[in-house]
Design a protein around this ligand. Structure first.
Ligand SMILES: C[S@@+](CC[C@H](N)C(=O)[O-])C[C@H]1O[C@@H](n2cnc3c(N)ncnc32)[C@H](O)[C@@H]1O
Length: 278
């Protein structure tokens, strides 16, 4: 069955990781992503979206999140990780997490059905088949004494109505205060273009964060995590593009990242600890 609408976007991000795996200088090895990508039908609506730049951007995002999770696990190897809108995630395999980590992956029923049909579709993760906005899944997150909670929402939140995301984050703050939350956002500088291309593919991106980026992160109730500050994440993103596209572009991006207008309106990754709701 070919996935459609927002569910199809999981095939796009999977393909980006599979293509990264095939590069001799790739950021990571991911043979399962390569096998799954070959097994799934390619939704024609994604053809114009999947550019070489989209591949690099998506693979870099996955790589940066991998590194962030690794950093959090270095501080405390006992964890409950929940990937929201997980799609065809293979992160738990890429990171080689052992028995100290309980890993849950949640996505819409049609995605989880496609996932179950793939070889080793669940792997070490427990799959939750529902909408992230259906709060019943919160009861499925085990309370493991001494374990940190890490919530990941990669390529998800901007497909959901902004007001519902705000209410959802407030609920998460009440439910998992102190948990780490890592997700990506669309900034004002990218919104128009992202909206146009996602609409054409039948999976419209609905909102962008209001500038400035750092203030938007604080307004969402996220406290800084040492080592995962916005500046450090931005520096790593710029370094990643520089490494892939060469020193000239790297230099241009470094200079651009110093200009307030662009910094404030950038898209990118946010990471923080959920502060208790007011
Ligand atoms: C761009 S894909 C990202 C998938 C995965 N996180 C990755 O990076 O490869 C967006 C994912 O969000 C899922 N999604 C969209 N709305 C959702 C919802 N309300 N509840 C759960 N998942 C949702 C889609 O089905 C899709 O798998």
């Amino acid at each position: 069955m070919t996935l459609g609408g927002v569910s199809a976007t999981a095939v796009l991000t999977l393909r980006a990781r599979a293509d990264e795996h095939r590069r001799p200088d790739g950021w990571f090895q991911d043979p399962v992503a390569a096998a799954w990508s070959e097994a799934l039908p390619w939704p024609a609506a994604l053809e114009r979206w999947y550019t070489p730049f989209a591949q690099v951007k998506t693979a870099l995002r996955a790589h940066q999140i991998d590194r962030m999770v690794q950093a959090l696990l270095t501080n405390n190897p006992r964890a409950v990780v929940v990937e929201l809108g997980a799609g065809f995630s293979t992160r738990v395999r890429r990171l080689g997490c052992g028995s100290e980590v309980t890993w849950l992956e949640l996505d819409l029923p049609e995605v989880m059905a496609a996932r179950a049909a793939l070889p080793e579709g669940a792997g070490p993760a427990r799959l939750l088949s529902c909408s992230v906005l259906d709060r019943a899944w919160l009861e499925e997150v085990p309370d493991e004494p001494g374990a940190q909670v890490i919530l990941l929402a990669e390529g998800l939140l901007y497909y959901l109505p902004e007001a519902e995301v705000q209410a959802f984050l407030t609920e998460l703050r009440g439910r998992f205060p102190g948990a780490a939350l890592i997700f990506d956002v669309i900034g004002a500088s990218d919104f128009g273009r992202s909206q146009a291309i996602s609409r054409r593919a039948g999976a419209p991106i609905l909102w962008a964060v209001r500038p400035p980026f750092e203030a938007a992160q604080a307004a969402l109730g996220l406290e800084l995590i040492p080592g995962l500050e916005p500046q450090r994440i931005l520096d790593e993103t710029v370094a990643g593009f520089g490494a892939r596209y060469g020193p000239l572009l790297g230099f241009g991006l470094t200079q651009g990242a110093r200009i307030g207008w662009f910094r404030d309106r950038r898209s990118g990754l946010m990471a923080g600890r959920l502060s208790p709701p007011p």
